[in-house]
Each structure stands twice: as structure tokens, then as C-alpha cells.
Design a protein around this ligand. Structure first.
Ligand SMILES: CC(C)=CCC/C(C)=C/CC/C(C)=C/CC/C(C)=C/CC/C(C)=C/CC/C(C)=C/CC/C(C)=C/COP(=O)(O)OP(=O)(O)O
Ligand SMILES: O=P(O)(O)OC[C@@H](O)CO
Ligand SMILES: [Mg+2]
Length: 224
């Protein structure tokens, strides 16, 4: 699903976007529209975005953050799994419960794991998943485990809401042998997109769509 993806726009079902702006996002040349957010994600607002984005040919995936808001019709589904938390619910607990209920109807070809390291302690996702900021040694060991033992194709380095430390992301990328880096957090313009595309395989742009679309659209070209 992500093999040729370099740039992702993340749309939040809990935020308003006009048809005109949605058209610009969908026709921007981004490689993937990802629908997701930490809170206020409902079946209704997910279905609304699904129907509106489906007018365009851009690939569309759902990041599942609420069991009740999973709806058919997306090209792919990503399940977040947080690795810097000791709360197993957010590593795979909710997933195991969901599989208990829905296993017979799940097409595993259309689901992938998003293994997360969340590094912005002020973000909603960090707080919701009871994440901790790992000391450097522990972060390195966790990355080795995810990369060399689990051999995850991708690891999502999440700074949701704020621009991350580029040197930290660079060091993470250099630590990894198998896993590619998805970077998300605080990218607002072409310069930041260009800088983070140097240290990550995929960049994700979310809030900037709602805060300053003109500059957000310029992040697409710079990541290719
Ligand atoms: C019917 C059909 C087609 C089914 C397909 C099969 C399928 C997909 C089954 C799914 C099984 C299922 C329901 C699994 C449960 C998965 C689940 C709910 C896991 C818990 C995820 C969770 C709440 C994690 C904690 C928060 C977190 C880390 C979220 C990750 C995403 C993230 C970082 C969001 C932040 O986004 P952002 O935009 O920055 O946030 P805000 O702007 O809102 O702050
Ligand atoms: O909203 P921003 O800060 O751009 O972050 C994008 C994405 O990584 C959120 O999961
Ligand atoms: Mg958001």
C-alpha cells in the first residue's frame, strides 16, 4: 500500500473542510489521503469524508482510532499500535478485542499495522495512549526491536501538532535497516517538507491543511 508513497495528507473527520479546499487537497498530487484523528471520530463524520473524497481518484485509507467508526469502502485500513507505552490497550489490546468480535469478516489483505513512536508529549495521541518519552538508550533498543526483530516495513515517528527534532528523526532513520520512516508532525510549508523528506521516507501533513492550505499544498512537490 505504501510502496510508492512519499507524501500523505491526513484529513481529520472531526474538522470542517469546504468542498473547494477538499478538491485542492485531493487534486494536489499527494500519494494518499489518510482519514483519522485522535478524538471525535464517528461513523457519520468518517462516512461523510469517505463519500466526499471518493469523487476523486486519489488513494484513500482510514486510520482506525475508534472501533465504532470503521466503515467499508476505503482502499486500506491502518491500525495504530503505540510502542512507547506500557498500556497494552494501545499497543494491541483494542485490536485483539476487535479481532475477537470481527475476525470472520476481516480481509487481512486490506489491513496493515501502523507501529508508532509518539515523541510529542503535549499531543492528544501521546496522552490518550499513556505514552512515555523513552531515554535515548531505550528508544534505540525499541527501534532495534521493531526494525530487526519485528521487521516492520514502516515505523511512524509522530510529533503530532509540532515540528519534531530533525536530528532525532535523522538518527532514528540511520538506526533502521529494514523499516522505513514515516514522519508526521508540524509540517506547514515547502521548506519543512523538503527538510523532513531528507530524513524520512514518507511525510504526513495534517493540521496545516486546516490552518494554511496554500502553504500546505506546497508540501507535496517538495517531498517528491
Ligand atoms: C468493515 C471493514 C471493512 C472492516 C475492516 C477491518 C478492520 C479495519 C478492522 C479493524 C479492527 C479494529 C476496529 C481495530 C481497533 C483499532 C483501534 C481502535 C486501536 C486503538 C488506536 C488508538 C486509539 C490509539 C491511541 C491514539 C493514537 C496513537 C492514535 C494514532 C493516530 C494518531 C497519532 C492520531 C493523531 O492524529 P492527529 O491528527 O495529530 O490528532 P489530533 O489532531 O486529533 O490531535
Ligand atoms: O497534524 P500534523 O501536526 O501535521 O501531524 C500530522 C500527523 O502526523 C498526525 O498524525
Ligand atoms: Mg489532526
Amino acid at each position: 500500500m505504501l510502496s510508492n508513497v512519499k507524501h500523505i495528507f491526513k484529513l481529520d473527520p472531526n474538522k470542517e473542510i469546504s468542498d473547494e479546499n477538499l478538491q485542492k487537497v485531493c487534486e494536489s498530487g499527494t500519494d494518499l489521503i489518510l482519514v483519522g484523528g485522535t478524538d471525535g471520530v464517528t461513523e457519520d463524520n468518517v462516512l461523510d469524508l469517505l463519500a466526499r473524497v471518493r469523487r476523486y481518484s486519489v488513494p484513500l485509507a482510514l486510520e482506525v482510532t475508534d472501533t465504532d467508526s470503521v466503515t467499508q469502502g476505503f482502499d486500506h485500513y491502518f491500525i495504530p499500535s503505540v510502542f512507547n507505552t506500557n498500556d497494552m490497550k494501545y499497543r494491541d489490546g483494542i485490536l485483539v478485542d476487535a479481532l475477537e468480535d470481527h475476525f470472520p469478516v476481516i480481509d487481512f489483505e486490506e489491513i496493515s499495522l501502523f507501529p508508532y513512536i509518539i515523541l510529542n508529549e503535549d499531543s492528544k495521541a501521546f496522552k490518550k495512549s499513556n505514552a512515555y518519552l523513552p531515554p535515548e538508550d531505550a528508544l534505540t533498543s525499541t527501534l532495534h526491536m521493531m526494525d530487526k526483530l519485528y521487521k516492520f516495513p514502516y515505523i511512524y515517528i509522530e510529533y503530532s501538532g509540532t515540528l519534531g527534532e530533525i536530528e532525532t528523526v535523522k538518527a532514528i532513520k540511520e538506526t533502521l535497516e529494514h523499516s522505513k520512516v514515516i514522519y508526521g508532525g508540524g509540517i506547514k510549508n515547502k521548506e519543512e517538507a523538503e527538510a523532513f523528506s531528507e530524513v524520512a521516507d514518507i511525510i504526513v501533513v495534517g493540521n496545516a491543511i486546516y490552518d494554511d492550505l496554500k502553504n500546505a499544498l506546497k508540501t507535496v512537490a517538495r517531498s517528491k
